[in-house]
Design a protein around this ligand. Structure first.
Ligand code: ADP
Ligand code: ASP
Ligand code: MG
Length: 441
Protein backbone atom coordinates (compact mmCIF):
# COMPACT_ATOMS: atom_id res chain seq x y z
CA UNK A 1 0.00 0.00 0.00
CA UNK A 2 1.23 3.51 -0.82
CA UNK A 3 0.05 6.78 0.70
CA UNK A 4 -0.16 9.79 -1.61
CA UNK A 5 -0.87 13.31 -0.39
CA UNK A 6 -1.95 16.10 -2.71
CA UNK A 7 -1.76 19.68 -1.43
CA UNK A 8 -4.11 22.62 -1.93
CA UNK A 9 -2.75 23.80 -5.27
CA UNK A 10 -2.76 20.22 -6.58
CA UNK A 11 -6.56 20.21 -6.17
CA UNK A 12 -6.88 23.97 -6.63
CA UNK A 13 -9.05 23.96 -9.77
CA UNK A 14 -11.48 21.58 -11.51
CA UNK A 15 -8.85 20.67 -14.11
CA UNK A 16 -6.29 19.94 -11.36
CA UNK A 17 -8.80 17.62 -9.63
CA UNK A 18 -9.24 15.81 -12.95
CA UNK A 19 -5.48 15.64 -13.41
CA UNK A 20 -4.99 14.19 -9.90
CA UNK A 21 -7.78 11.69 -10.58
CA UNK A 22 -5.78 10.50 -13.61
CA UNK A 23 -2.58 10.22 -11.59
CA UNK A 24 -4.16 8.08 -8.87
CA UNK A 25 -6.11 5.63 -11.01
CA UNK A 26 -3.38 3.21 -12.07
CA UNK A 27 -4.68 0.17 -10.19
CA UNK A 28 -2.05 0.29 -7.44
CA UNK A 29 -3.45 0.00 -3.92
CA UNK A 30 -3.28 3.40 -2.25
CA UNK A 31 -4.70 5.83 0.26
CA UNK A 32 -4.92 9.36 -1.14
CA UNK A 33 -4.84 12.18 1.39
CA UNK A 34 -6.19 15.52 0.16
CA UNK A 35 -5.85 19.07 1.44
CA UNK A 36 -8.58 21.64 1.04
CA UNK A 37 -8.82 23.43 -2.33
CA UNK A 38 -6.16 26.16 -2.23
CA UNK A 39 -7.33 29.36 -0.55
CA UNK A 40 -10.14 27.55 1.31
CA UNK A 41 -8.43 27.16 4.69
CA UNK A 42 -7.29 30.81 4.56
CA UNK A 43 -10.91 31.84 3.90
CA UNK A 44 -12.10 29.65 6.77
CA UNK A 45 -9.56 31.35 9.04
CA UNK A 46 -10.91 34.71 7.85
CA UNK A 47 -14.47 33.52 8.53
CA UNK A 48 -13.55 32.59 12.11
CA UNK A 49 -11.95 35.98 12.49
CA UNK A 50 -15.12 37.72 11.29
CA UNK A 51 -17.29 35.66 13.68
CA UNK A 52 -14.97 36.43 16.54
CA UNK A 53 -15.22 40.15 15.81
CA UNK A 54 -18.99 39.82 15.25
CA UNK A 55 -18.44 41.42 11.83
CA UNK A 56 -21.62 40.19 10.15
CA UNK A 57 -20.99 42.02 6.88
CA UNK A 58 -17.60 40.32 6.55
CA UNK A 59 -18.83 36.82 7.46
CA UNK A 60 -21.77 37.16 5.02
CA UNK A 61 -19.33 38.24 2.32
CA UNK A 62 -17.06 35.23 2.90
CA UNK A 63 -20.00 32.81 2.91
CA UNK A 64 -21.25 34.28 -0.38
CA UNK A 65 -17.77 33.92 -1.90
CA UNK A 66 -17.75 30.26 -0.84
CA UNK A 67 -21.12 29.65 -2.50
CA UNK A 68 -19.98 31.30 -5.73
CA UNK A 69 -16.56 29.66 -5.80
CA UNK A 70 -17.81 26.14 -5.23
CA UNK A 71 -20.81 26.50 -7.51
CA UNK A 72 -18.43 27.45 -10.37
CA UNK A 73 -16.01 24.71 -9.35
CA UNK A 74 -18.69 22.01 -9.44
CA UNK A 75 -20.11 23.24 -12.76
CA UNK A 76 -16.67 22.95 -14.37
CA UNK A 77 -15.73 19.66 -12.69
CA UNK A 78 -18.67 17.44 -13.65
CA UNK A 79 -20.06 16.60 -17.04
CA UNK A 80 -22.73 14.43 -15.47
CA UNK A 81 -25.75 16.33 -14.13
CA UNK A 82 -26.49 13.59 -11.62
CA UNK A 83 -23.10 13.94 -9.94
CA UNK A 84 -23.10 17.73 -10.20
CA UNK A 85 -26.41 17.71 -8.30
CA UNK A 86 -25.03 15.36 -5.65
CA UNK A 87 -21.98 17.59 -5.22
CA UNK A 88 -24.03 20.80 -5.05
CA UNK A 89 -26.31 19.29 -2.43
CA UNK A 90 -23.40 18.08 -0.26
CA UNK A 91 -21.38 21.30 -0.53
CA UNK A 92 -24.46 23.46 0.09
CA UNK A 93 -25.06 21.54 3.32
CA UNK A 94 -21.48 22.24 4.44
CA UNK A 95 -21.67 25.94 3.53
CA UNK A 96 -25.03 26.22 5.32
CA UNK A 97 -23.33 24.76 8.38
CA UNK A 98 -20.55 27.36 8.07
CA UNK A 99 -23.20 30.11 7.87
CA UNK A 100 -25.14 28.74 10.85
CA UNK A 101 -22.43 29.63 13.36
CA UNK A 102 -23.13 33.36 12.96
CA UNK A 103 -25.81 33.21 15.63
CA UNK A 104 -23.78 31.25 18.18
CA UNK A 105 -21.32 32.51 20.76
CA UNK A 106 -17.98 31.89 19.12
CA UNK A 107 -15.64 29.37 20.73
CA UNK A 108 -12.44 27.44 20.05
CA UNK A 109 -14.50 24.36 19.40
CA UNK A 110 -16.56 26.10 16.71
CA UNK A 111 -13.38 27.45 15.16
CA UNK A 112 -11.90 23.96 14.84
CA UNK A 113 -15.16 22.66 13.38
CA UNK A 114 -15.13 25.46 10.77
CA UNK A 115 -11.48 24.85 9.85
CA UNK A 116 -12.22 21.16 9.20
CA UNK A 117 -14.76 21.82 6.45
CA UNK A 118 -12.26 22.55 3.65
CA UNK A 119 -10.88 19.01 3.56
CA UNK A 120 -14.39 17.55 3.96
CA UNK A 121 -15.39 19.43 0.79
CA UNK A 122 -12.34 18.61 -1.35
CA UNK A 123 -12.39 14.88 -0.59
CA UNK A 124 -16.13 14.64 -1.23
CA UNK A 125 -15.69 16.38 -4.60
CA UNK A 126 -12.86 13.99 -5.55
CA UNK A 127 -14.91 10.96 -4.52
CA UNK A 128 -17.95 12.09 -6.55
CA UNK A 129 -15.70 12.86 -9.52
CA UNK A 130 -14.10 9.40 -9.42
CA UNK A 131 -17.56 7.80 -9.12
CA UNK A 132 -18.79 9.87 -12.06
CA UNK A 133 -15.99 8.46 -14.22
CA UNK A 134 -16.73 4.88 -13.16
CA UNK A 135 -13.68 4.44 -10.91
CA UNK A 136 -14.13 2.21 -7.86
CA UNK A 137 -12.96 4.31 -4.93
CA UNK A 138 -14.03 4.83 -1.32
CA UNK A 139 -14.08 7.86 0.93
CA UNK A 140 -12.60 7.17 4.38
CA UNK A 141 -13.76 9.57 7.11
CA UNK A 142 -10.57 10.79 8.84
CA UNK A 143 -12.60 11.88 11.87
CA UNK A 144 -13.36 8.19 12.55
CA UNK A 145 -9.72 7.13 12.84
CA UNK A 146 -7.33 10.10 13.08
CA UNK A 147 -7.01 10.76 16.80
CA UNK A 148 -4.55 12.80 18.86
CA UNK A 149 -3.98 13.19 22.58
CA UNK A 150 -2.21 16.38 23.62
CA UNK A 151 -1.39 16.87 19.93
CA UNK A 152 0.36 13.50 19.61
CA UNK A 153 -1.06 10.83 17.27
CA UNK A 154 -2.65 7.81 18.96
CA UNK A 155 -1.12 5.15 16.72
CA UNK A 156 -2.89 2.12 18.20
CA UNK A 157 -6.31 3.77 17.84
CA UNK A 158 -5.48 5.05 14.35
CA UNK A 159 -4.23 1.69 13.13
CA UNK A 160 -7.17 -0.25 14.48
CA UNK A 161 -9.86 2.14 13.31
CA UNK A 162 -8.32 2.82 9.91
CA UNK A 163 -8.14 -0.94 9.37
CA UNK A 164 -11.85 -1.20 10.25
CA UNK A 165 -12.68 1.49 7.69
CA UNK A 166 -10.58 -0.27 5.03
CA UNK A 167 -12.25 -3.63 5.60
CA UNK A 168 -15.63 -2.03 4.81
CA UNK A 169 -14.46 -1.98 1.17
CA UNK A 170 -12.81 -5.34 0.44
CA UNK A 171 -12.93 -4.92 -3.34
CA UNK A 172 -11.56 -1.43 -3.43
CA UNK A 173 -7.95 -0.42 -3.98
CA UNK A 174 -8.31 3.38 -4.10
CA UNK A 175 -9.15 5.22 -0.89
CA UNK A 176 -9.59 8.97 -0.46
CA UNK A 177 -9.34 10.68 2.91
CA UNK A 178 -8.99 14.11 4.50
CA UNK A 179 -5.64 15.51 5.51
CA UNK A 180 -5.21 17.95 8.41
CA UNK A 181 -8.31 17.05 10.44
CA UNK A 182 -8.58 14.79 13.48
CA UNK A 183 -10.41 14.29 16.75
CA UNK A 184 -8.67 15.15 20.01
CA UNK A 185 -8.70 13.38 23.38
CA UNK A 186 -12.04 15.02 24.23
CA UNK A 187 -13.67 13.63 21.08
CA UNK A 188 -13.81 17.13 19.58
CA UNK A 189 -12.91 18.00 16.01
CA UNK A 190 -9.36 19.31 15.89
CA UNK A 191 -6.54 19.68 13.38
CA UNK A 192 -2.84 19.03 12.94
CA UNK A 193 -2.00 22.75 12.46
CA UNK A 194 -1.55 24.59 9.18
CA UNK A 195 0.05 22.47 6.48
CA UNK A 196 -0.96 19.39 8.50
CA UNK A 197 -2.00 17.19 5.58
CA UNK A 198 1.64 16.16 5.12
CA UNK A 199 1.59 14.98 8.71
CA UNK A 200 -1.66 13.04 8.10
CA UNK A 201 -0.02 11.22 5.18
CA UNK A 202 2.98 10.26 7.26
CA UNK A 203 0.86 9.11 10.23
CA UNK A 204 -1.32 7.00 7.92
CA UNK A 205 1.80 5.65 6.23
CA UNK A 206 3.11 4.44 9.56
CA UNK A 207 -0.30 3.07 10.62
CA UNK A 208 -0.66 0.91 7.50
CA UNK A 209 3.09 0.16 7.16
CA UNK A 210 3.03 1.71 3.69
CA UNK A 211 5.77 0.87 1.21
CA UNK A 212 6.11 4.55 0.31
CA UNK A 213 4.69 7.95 1.20
CA UNK A 214 4.41 10.48 -1.63
CA UNK A 215 3.89 14.19 -1.00
CA UNK A 216 2.64 15.74 -4.24
CA UNK A 217 2.85 19.52 -4.44
CA UNK A 218 3.54 22.44 -6.78
CA UNK A 219 7.33 22.14 -6.93
CA UNK A 220 9.75 19.39 -8.01
CA UNK A 221 10.97 18.38 -4.56
CA UNK A 222 12.86 19.92 -1.65
CA UNK A 223 15.03 22.72 -3.02
CA UNK A 224 18.43 23.59 -1.63
CA UNK A 225 17.16 27.00 -0.44
CA UNK A 226 13.85 28.83 -0.12
CA UNK A 227 12.62 29.30 -3.71
CA UNK A 228 10.24 32.06 -2.58
CA UNK A 229 13.19 34.22 -1.59
CA UNK A 230 16.24 33.09 -3.56
CA UNK A 231 16.71 32.71 -7.34
CA UNK A 232 18.48 29.73 -8.88
CA UNK A 233 17.53 27.14 -6.28
CA UNK A 234 17.46 23.50 -7.36
CA UNK A 235 15.91 20.26 -6.12
CA UNK A 236 17.96 18.07 -3.79
CA UNK A 237 17.57 14.52 -5.10
CA UNK A 238 18.22 12.69 -1.85
CA UNK A 239 17.93 13.55 1.82
CA UNK A 240 18.14 11.50 4.98
CA UNK A 241 15.17 11.51 7.35
CA UNK A 242 17.23 13.57 9.80
CA UNK A 243 18.10 16.20 7.19
CA UNK A 244 14.51 16.45 5.92
CA UNK A 245 13.18 16.72 9.48
CA UNK A 246 15.59 19.58 10.28
CA UNK A 247 14.63 21.42 7.10
CA UNK A 248 10.93 20.98 7.74
CA UNK A 249 11.25 22.06 11.36
CA UNK A 250 13.37 25.07 10.48
CA UNK A 251 11.08 26.53 7.85
CA UNK A 252 11.09 24.62 4.54
CA UNK A 253 7.37 25.08 3.92
CA UNK A 254 7.13 22.14 1.53
CA UNK A 255 6.85 19.85 4.58
CA UNK A 256 4.88 20.25 7.81
CA UNK A 257 7.39 20.48 10.70
CA UNK A 258 6.36 17.14 12.26
CA UNK A 259 5.71 15.22 9.07
CA UNK A 260 8.97 13.29 8.77
CA UNK A 261 9.01 11.65 12.19
CA UNK A 262 6.28 9.00 11.68
CA UNK A 263 7.83 7.93 8.36
CA UNK A 264 11.27 7.86 9.95
CA UNK A 265 10.09 5.74 12.89
CA UNK A 266 8.62 3.21 10.48
CA UNK A 267 11.53 3.58 8.00
CA UNK A 268 9.18 4.35 5.10
CA UNK A 269 10.74 6.33 2.23
CA UNK A 270 9.07 9.67 1.49
CA UNK A 271 9.07 11.11 -2.02
CA UNK A 272 8.36 14.76 -2.75
CA UNK A 273 6.85 15.05 -6.22
CA UNK A 274 5.44 17.72 -8.51
CA UNK A 275 1.76 17.27 -9.47
CA UNK A 276 2.16 19.56 -12.48
CA UNK A 277 5.27 17.72 -13.71
CA UNK A 278 4.84 14.14 -12.50
CA UNK A 279 7.71 12.82 -14.62
CA UNK A 280 10.28 14.87 -12.68
CA UNK A 281 12.42 12.96 -10.22
CA UNK A 282 11.64 15.05 -7.11
CA UNK A 283 13.30 14.28 -3.77
CA UNK A 284 13.66 10.94 -2.05
CA UNK A 285 13.88 10.96 1.75
CA UNK A 286 15.13 7.74 3.32
CA UNK A 287 17.64 6.36 5.79
CA UNK A 288 20.44 6.03 3.22
CA UNK A 289 21.73 8.63 0.81
CA UNK A 290 24.52 8.59 -1.72
CA UNK A 291 24.69 12.34 -2.19
CA UNK A 292 28.00 13.97 -3.05
CA UNK A 293 27.34 17.36 -1.48
CA UNK A 294 27.94 17.54 2.26
CA UNK A 295 25.75 20.64 2.65
CA UNK A 296 22.32 19.61 1.39
CA UNK A 297 20.12 22.65 1.89
CA UNK A 298 19.33 25.76 3.89
CA UNK A 299 16.09 26.81 5.55
CA UNK A 300 15.00 29.78 7.63
CA UNK A 301 12.49 30.11 10.44
CA UNK A 302 11.12 33.53 11.40
CA UNK A 303 9.50 34.87 14.55
CA UNK A 304 12.25 33.75 16.88
CA UNK A 305 12.88 35.26 20.32
CA UNK A 306 16.32 34.89 21.91
CA UNK A 307 16.48 34.93 25.72
CA UNK A 308 19.72 35.35 27.62
CA UNK A 309 20.03 34.52 31.32
CA UNK A 310 23.23 35.74 32.95
CA UNK A 311 24.10 34.60 36.43
CA UNK A 312 27.29 34.31 38.43
CA UNK A 313 25.54 31.44 40.19
CA UNK A 314 26.13 29.42 37.05
CA UNK A 315 29.87 29.43 37.73
CA UNK A 316 30.98 25.96 38.99
CA UNK A 317 27.33 25.15 39.75
CA UNK A 318 25.31 22.14 38.73
CA UNK A 319 21.54 22.02 38.43
CA UNK A 320 21.41 25.57 37.07
CA UNK A 321 20.47 24.59 33.51
CA UNK A 322 17.90 22.11 34.76
CA UNK A 323 16.14 24.84 36.70
CA UNK A 324 16.21 27.15 33.69
CA UNK A 325 14.79 24.45 31.41
CA UNK A 326 12.06 23.64 33.92
CA UNK A 327 10.67 27.13 33.43
CA UNK A 328 10.20 26.42 29.71
CA UNK A 329 8.72 23.03 30.49
CA UNK A 330 6.25 24.58 32.91
CA UNK A 331 4.94 26.83 30.11
CA UNK A 332 5.04 24.06 27.45
CA UNK A 333 7.42 26.16 25.36
CA UNK A 334 9.96 24.27 23.25
CA UNK A 335 13.52 25.55 23.02
CA UNK A 336 15.11 25.39 19.56
CA UNK A 337 18.70 26.56 19.91
CA UNK A 338 20.95 26.79 22.98
CA UNK A 339 24.38 28.33 23.51
CA UNK A 340 26.19 28.67 26.81
CA UNK A 341 29.18 30.36 28.41
CA UNK A 342 30.54 30.08 31.94
CA UNK A 343 28.11 32.66 33.28
CA UNK A 344 25.29 32.88 30.76
CA UNK A 345 22.97 30.79 28.67
CA UNK A 346 21.04 31.88 25.57
CA UNK A 347 18.06 29.99 24.22
CA UNK A 348 15.60 30.59 21.40
CA UNK A 349 11.86 30.01 21.31
CA UNK A 350 9.24 30.61 18.65
CA UNK A 351 6.16 30.05 20.79
CA UNK A 352 5.71 33.37 22.54
CA UNK A 353 2.28 32.93 24.15
CA UNK A 354 3.88 32.71 27.64
CA UNK A 355 6.87 34.99 27.05
CA UNK A 356 5.97 37.40 29.87
CA UNK A 357 5.55 34.64 32.45
CA UNK A 358 8.76 32.92 31.32
CA UNK A 359 10.76 36.14 31.62
CA UNK A 360 9.33 36.80 35.09
CA UNK A 361 10.24 33.31 36.33
CA UNK A 362 13.74 33.47 34.81
CA UNK A 363 14.51 36.72 36.62
CA UNK A 364 14.83 34.64 39.80
CA UNK A 365 18.08 33.23 38.35
CA UNK A 366 19.80 36.45 37.36
CA UNK A 367 19.81 39.13 34.70
CA UNK A 368 17.46 38.39 31.80
CA UNK A 369 17.55 39.99 28.35
CA UNK A 370 15.47 39.13 25.30
CA UNK A 371 15.57 39.99 21.60
CA UNK A 372 12.55 39.65 19.35
CA UNK A 373 12.26 39.54 15.54
CA UNK A 374 15.05 37.09 14.95
CA UNK A 375 15.43 34.39 12.30
CA UNK A 376 17.10 31.01 12.54
CA UNK A 377 19.15 30.08 9.50
CA UNK A 378 19.63 26.35 9.46
CA UNK A 379 22.32 24.85 7.24
CA UNK A 380 21.57 21.16 6.85
CA UNK A 381 23.69 18.28 5.63
CA UNK A 382 25.90 15.45 6.69
CA UNK A 383 28.78 16.89 8.67
CA UNK A 384 31.28 14.50 10.15
CA UNK A 385 33.66 15.59 12.85
CA UNK A 386 36.61 14.95 10.57
CA UNK A 387 35.18 17.25 7.88
CA UNK A 388 37.18 20.42 7.89
CA UNK A 389 36.17 23.74 6.35
CA UNK A 390 32.38 23.35 6.51
CA UNK A 391 31.73 25.49 9.60
CA UNK A 392 34.45 27.94 8.54
CA UNK A 393 32.89 28.25 5.09
CA UNK A 394 29.40 28.95 6.44
CA UNK A 395 30.65 31.55 8.89
CA UNK A 396 32.83 33.24 6.26
CA UNK A 397 29.89 33.49 3.84
CA UNK A 398 27.97 35.31 6.59
CA UNK A 399 30.92 37.53 7.52
CA UNK A 400 29.04 40.80 6.88
CA UNK A 401 26.01 39.80 8.95
CA UNK A 402 25.81 40.34 12.73
CA UNK A 403 25.37 36.90 14.31
CA UNK A 404 23.48 36.59 17.61
CA UNK A 405 24.01 32.85 18.21
CA UNK A 406 25.74 29.89 16.52
CA UNK A 407 25.09 26.26 17.32
CA UNK A 408 27.22 23.46 15.84
CA UNK A 409 27.87 19.91 16.91
CA UNK A 410 24.47 19.29 18.49
CA UNK A 411 23.96 16.71 15.76
CA UNK A 412 25.79 15.69 12.61
CA UNK A 413 23.15 17.40 10.56
CA UNK A 414 23.02 21.10 11.15
CA UNK A 415 24.73 24.37 11.75
CA UNK A 416 22.22 26.78 13.20
CA UNK A 417 22.72 30.52 13.16
CA UNK A 418 20.54 33.19 14.72
CA UNK A 419 20.41 36.61 13.05
CA UNK A 420 18.05 39.58 13.05
CA UNK A 421 15.20 39.09 10.59
CA UNK A 422 16.34 42.08 8.53
CA UNK A 423 19.42 40.07 7.42
CA UNK A 424 17.54 36.93 6.42
CA UNK A 425 17.32 37.58 2.67
CA UNK A 426 20.96 38.67 2.51
CA UNK A 427 22.03 35.54 4.39
CA UNK A 428 20.02 33.11 2.26
CA UNK A 429 21.24 34.72 -0.96
CA UNK A 430 24.87 34.74 0.14
CA UNK A 431 24.70 31.06 1.14
CA UNK A 432 23.18 30.20 -2.22
CA UNK A 433 25.75 32.01 -4.26
CA UNK A 434 28.83 31.12 -2.31
CA UNK A 435 28.04 27.56 -1.30
CA UNK A 436 25.51 26.02 -3.67
CA UNK A 437 26.31 27.81 -6.92
CA UNK A 438 30.05 27.60 -6.48
CA UNK A 439 31.70 24.36 -7.53
CA UNK A 440 32.75 23.31 -4.06
CA UNK A 441 30.92 20.35 -2.65
P1 ADP B 1 0.95 22.24 -0.56
O1 ADP B 1 -0.20 23.17 -0.67
O2 ADP B 1 1.05 21.28 -1.70
O3 ADP B 1 1.05 21.59 0.78
P2 ADP B 1 2.97 24.14 0.26
O4 ADP B 1 2.69 25.54 -0.21
O5 ADP B 1 2.65 23.83 1.66
O6 ADP B 1 2.24 23.14 -0.75
O7 ADP B 1 4.51 23.76 0.00
C1 ADP B 1 5.10 23.95 -1.27
C2 ADP B 1 5.80 25.28 -1.31
O8 ADP B 1 6.84 25.32 -0.34
C3 ADP B 1 6.51 25.56 -2.60
O9 ADP B 1 5.64 26.11 -3.55
C4 ADP B 1 7.61 26.55 -2.16
O10 ADP B 1 7.25 27.86 -2.44
C5 ADP B 1 7.68 26.39 -0.65
N1 ADP B 1 9.03 26.09 -0.18
C6 ADP B 1 9.69 26.73 0.83
N2 ADP B 1 10.91 26.22 1.01
C7 ADP B 1 11.07 25.23 0.10
C8 ADP B 1 12.13 24.34 -0.24
N3 ADP B 1 13.29 24.35 0.43
N4 ADP B 1 11.94 23.49 -1.25
C9 ADP B 1 10.79 23.45 -1.93
N5 ADP B 1 9.74 24.26 -1.67
C10 ADP B 1 9.87 25.14 -0.67
N1 ASP C 1 -5.69 22.88 4.43
C1 ASP C 1 -4.75 22.98 5.51
C2 ASP C 1 -3.93 24.26 5.38
O1 ASP C 1 -4.14 25.02 4.44
C3 ASP C 1 -3.85 21.79 5.63
C4 ASP C 1 -2.92 21.54 4.47
O2 ASP C 1 -3.09 22.12 3.40
O3 ASP C 1 -2.00 20.76 4.63
O4 ASP C 1 -3.14 24.54 6.22
MG1 MG D 1 1.73 22.26 2.66
Amino acid sequence: MKVLKFGGTSVGSPSRVQHVANLITNGEKKIVVLSAVSGTTNSLVALCDAYQKKDKAESDKIILQFREKYSEFIKALFTSDKFAQKAISKVTKIINLLASFSTEAFSDKIERNILAQGELISTQLMQFYLESTGVNSALLPALEFMKTTEEEPEYEFIKENLQKELTNFPDCSLFITQGYICKNEFGEIDNLKRGGSDYTASIIGKAVSASEIQIWTDIDGMHNNDPRIVDNTFPVRELTFEEAAELAYFGAKILHPSSILPAQKANIPVKLLNTMEPEKEGTKISSEVKRERKIAAVAAKDGIVAIKIRSSRMLFAYGFLRRVFEVFEQFKTPIDVITTSEVAVSVTIDKTSHLEEILTELKAFGEVEFDQDHTIICVVGKFLQKDTKIAAKVISVLKDIPIRMISYGGSKNNITILIHKDYKIQALKALNEEIFLSDEK
